[in-house]
Design a binder for this molecule. Structure first.
Ligand SMILES: C[S@@+](CC[C@H](N)C(=O)[O-])C[C@H]1O[C@@H](n2cnc3c(N)ncnc32)[C@H](O)[C@@H]1O
Length: 850
């Protein structure tokens, strides 16, 4: 039988028409089921449903994937193990068992690595494109060189990711040189001169693997025990020396580990190491552990999130920190927390990748959006148009990423001292916009994986100096564990220009007025310390504040040689005054966001206009409150700048002949609409039918169910806090990627009421409210058999002594054994599992370890 048939039958997700959430087997498929052969070397199952479901609301999902050629235990082995241990029926089953098989497994993941790699590539592309254009103009493009270069970088990347083991490590050490990096950071005085060599040296050493146990997973204590058992075994082996996972002592509740991995050769030679590596891969796939660089775990730990908080992660993809935030929201192990997190990213593909990652948590408190964080629209909290303010905000902004050099070989080649300069305006703009969204008394964490003061303290200082009465840096020294070494933020820095060709060498600038005009495209005023030194003039400041008027020393600098980790920068802010209570900006809003040609696109200018209108509204209230005389009023200044920019843009449009759609048209586009409606408001009948069909009792909080307006393809459940936000949804101009946990998905071929099938990810929420109508108790053995074979005819089941599936209305149902439950499809004369390959593997594992 072809794979095609297997695909149609097993879960039927492949050819989805316009159903974005996958489809269930049609009647024709179900007929085919009887003749399906399960291939001995597969799970008899095509995981296209995985892809199908990650498409979510609208666009195709295309996450980067990696292939690991690892040897896997086979279904038959696993089932066998279970039988051996639990049932003692080995001899008979051995005869029946299929030949053990090998499989290739593909998974996308390794969150932190993806973050920085992709990010760097992004920056690289930008820089290279410019450079390339110039070269083309000058007729100096060396195609051959480029080919050679690309090949070399690929080889190096392969080496770094372990794909190519042939490259000599000495050659890699040669590559790990960057004169500009060395010069820039030596002279930037980011740390005492005598420490520089140690700092530079450790950057050339590979980074330890770090991972975190998913504290939301109900089996997390078991996972922790498994790791501890493995560690004990590894400790007892002399050859391993210190190569075993060690607890990250500063991470709360002992849930994070660091592991000094060795070369693949060494790993092969030692089965325990190899086993552990495979254990890591498997556990990551199952969502029980998350791999994340240690320093990247710090920002969320300093957000102090509580389950009732409203949180926004403005630059969230690929989502390692969003997942940490969700863990904090679920810390009380409530399935439905009061609070929620909006995970936003401007890159649509990455936002979909985030959806994929976060599926491991199945949280009703997650809302994924795809907006530019610089112009994040205000969300309305009530019908009086009051703006929603967040308890917690994370700004893990795009950056040059030089703190990740230990795991990012390509950056050794691509680093240049102007990467940070190009990130600074974007970072500042994102941070300032985030300030506007923070609740009074709330907390905001700004972070980068860069050492560069231009991306760190300079951004913090510029943003703070414009919100001096409103925002403060928090002293978190007492909140950070003594096991984590960090350095205080810098108070002084200079701004570098690497020069221009042979004519002009590099130069450092201490004040903006010394920067020649032609360099001001790269060097901005906000990068200098003198943007804030005016506060030194305030006589009532204590002496120690005079040298550090903005408390920049309260920032945290993480250096790789301090903790044997990567580099990071973290600043924690709180809002002490609301916009209405104090100055919004001490100075006129200087940042010329619209300097950036990309910003000159019409849709973005429209967004800015909306932002400016909101800003002017706040300013008006402030000026009225403070009796600011009309001649000193700053109202309309921004709006008039935006209007000018819009006029210029119109002219540019006319000149170029490019026509942009109107914003209203853009929002009319399905993808940009805020697309959800409350189920009970318009589709009460549907809910009543679902309740009857699935035996869901009246206790279920059905007022938190939402569906996608245009298609009704999918019904999602959201937490209380998100539901509150949905009430005012018509006022929101958010581009939505995903919302809450999906409980039901529509199948058009099947007649109501079984038209909506249950989705595995929503089961945990729904199960406590379902009676036994569509919830079928099975033995461990039968569940294991289902996991092995996926599909049984009624006749086969009858011969095995199970007739409980017969006589039921065809449609979706659940089989449950102990605390495990799996979605199935009851056909006319057969029953099939409705879960993906990865989930099957995960259930098999859980079953064995139950
Ligand atoms: C450092 S990464 C974030 C990593 C993420 N916080 C995590 O822990 O997985 C920065 C992200 O910012 C996004 N980004 C860049 N410019 C943005 C903007 N203007 N608005 C929102 N997101 C932006 C990038 O697409 C990238 O995913």
């Amino acid at each position: 039988m072809s794979n095609q048939a297997t695909k149609g039958v097993s879960i039927g997700a492949g050819d989805s028409d316009d159903d974005e959430f996958g489809r269930i087997p049609s009647a024709a498929d179900v007929q085919k089921t009887n003749t399906v052969e399960i291939m001995p070397n597969q799970f008899g199952y095509d995981d296209s449903d995985e892809e199908e479901e990650t498409k979510d609301m609208g666009t195709d999902y295309d996450p980067p994937t990696r292939t690991y050629g690892i040897e896997e235990y086979t279904m038959s082995d696993a089932t066998m193990k279970l039988f051996e241990r639990e049932l003692g029926q080995t001899s008979q089953l051995r005869q029946e068992s299929k030949a053990p098989a090998k499989m290739m497994q593909t998974f996308s993941g390794q969150t932190t690595e993806t973050t920085t790699e992709t990010l760097t590539v992004g920056v690289e592309v930008q820089i290279n494109t410019n450079k390339q254009e110039k070269e083309e103009r000058k007729g100096r493009k060396h195609k051959k060189d480029k080919k050679w270069h690309d090949k070399k970088v690929k080889r190096e990347d392969d080496w770094a990711t372990g794909t190519n083991r042939k490259i000599d490590p000495n050659y890699i050490l040669e590559i790990k040189q960057n004169q500009e990096f060395e010069t820039y950071y030596r002279e930037a005085n980011i740390l005492p001169a005598e420490e520089f060599d140690k700092f530079y040296q450790i950057l050339k050493e590979p980074l330890d693997i770090c991972f975190r146990i998913n504290s939301v997973d109900k089996h997390f204590e078991k996972t922790q025990q498994e790791i501890e058992d493995l560690v004990q075994k590894m400790k007892g082996i002399d050859e391993l020396k210190d190569k075993y996972p060690k607890k990250l002592l500063w991470y709360p509740n002992n849930l994070a580990y660091t592991f000094n991995e060795c070369s693949r050769g060494e790993m092969r030679a030692n089965p325990l190491l190899k086993n552990f590596h495979q254990f890591l891969i498997l556990e990551t796939e199952m969502g029980r552990i998350f791999r994340q660089e240690a320093v990247s775990m710090i920002p969320v730990t300093l957000l102090n999130i509580e389950p009732h908080h409203s949180v926004i992660d403005v630059c969230a993809a690929p989502g390692s920190k969003t997942i940490q935030i969700l863990e904090q929201l679920h810390q009380a192990h409530e399935k439905i927390p009061k609070g929620f997190v909006i995970a936003n990213d401007t890159d649509q593909k990455r936002a979909y990748l985030l959806t994929h990652q976060a599926r491991r948590l199945n949280s009703s408190a997650l809302f994924i959006t795809n907006n530019d964080a610089r112009f994040l629209p205000y969300l309305k909290i009530d019908e009086h148009n009051n703006n929603m303010k967040f308890d917690r905000i994370l700004c893990d902004v795009p950056c040059s990423g030089d703190g990740t050099l230990r795991k990012n070989l390509a950056l050794w080649k691509n680093f240049n001292s102007h990467l940070g300069h190009s990130c600074h305006p974007l970072q500042l703009h994102i941070l300032e916009r985030a300030f506007q969204h923070l609740k009074k008394g709330g907390r905001l964490v700004y972070s980068t994986c860069s050492f560069n003061p231009i991306e760190n303290e300079a951004v913090v200082a510029a943003a703070l100096s414009r919100h001096i009465k409103q925002m403060e840096l928090v002293d978190v020294s007492k909140e950070v564990s003594p096991h984590l070494k960090y350095r205080p933020g810098l108070v002084n820095w200079r701004v570098y220009h690497r020069g221009k060709g042979k004519r002009e060498g590099p130069a450092w600038y201490e004040t903006y007025d010394k920067v020649p005009n032609y360099k001001r495209k790269v060097i901005k005023e906000t990068m200098f310390t003198d943007t804030y030194t005016m506060f030194n003039n305030e006589t009532d400041r204590p002496d120690d504040m005079k040298s550090d008027p903005l408390n920049l020393r309260r920032c945290l600098r993480l250096f790789p040689h301090d903790n044997n980790q990567g580099g990071f920068f973290v600043a924690v802010f709180t809002k002490v005054l609301d916009e209405h209570e104090g100055f919004i900006y001490d100075d006129m809003y200087q940042m010329n966001a619209w300097d950036d040609p990309r910003v000159k696109q019409k849709p973005i200018l429209d967004d800015i206009r909306e932002f400016a209108e909101e800003f002017e509204k706040d300013l008006k209230i402030h000026e009225e409150k403070n009796n600011v005389p009309q001649e000193l009023s700053q109202q309309n200044q921004i709006l008039s700048i935006v209007k000018d920019a819009q006029d210029q843009q119109k002219q540019a449009m006319k000149d170029s002949g490019i026509v942009f759609g109107k914003m209203s048209q853009i929002y009319d586009n399905k993808e940009h609409l805020f697309p959800f409606e409350k189920l009970l408001e318009t589709k009460q009948d549907l809910w009543v039918n679902l309740q009857l069909f699935y035996g869901i009792n009246a206790e279920f909080p059905c007022e938190n169910l939402y569906f996608q307006k245009d298609t009704t393809n999918c019904i999602a459940f959201v937490s209380e806090g998100l539901s509150q936000l949905m009430k005012c949804q018509r006022k929101h101009k958010l581009k939505v990627v995903n919302l809450g946990v999906k409980l039901f998905s529509k199948n058009r071929d099947i007649k109501s009421p079984g038209k909506y099938r249950l989705l595995q990810e929503g089961l945990e929420l729904l199960m406590p409210y379902m009676n036994d109508e569509r919830k079928i108790q099975v033995s461990k053995l039968l569940l294991a058999q289902f996991l092995d074979k996926i599909n049984f005819t009624f006749e086969e089941l009858r011969n095995m002594g199970h007739s409980q599936f017969e006589g039921k209305e065809p449609g979706s149902a659940v089989i449950t054994s102990g605390d495990l439950y799996v979605t199935i499809w009851i056909g006319v004369n057969n029953v099939s599992l409705m879960i993906g390959k990865e989930e099957i593997k995960s259930f098999k594992f859980l079953l064995i370890n139950q």
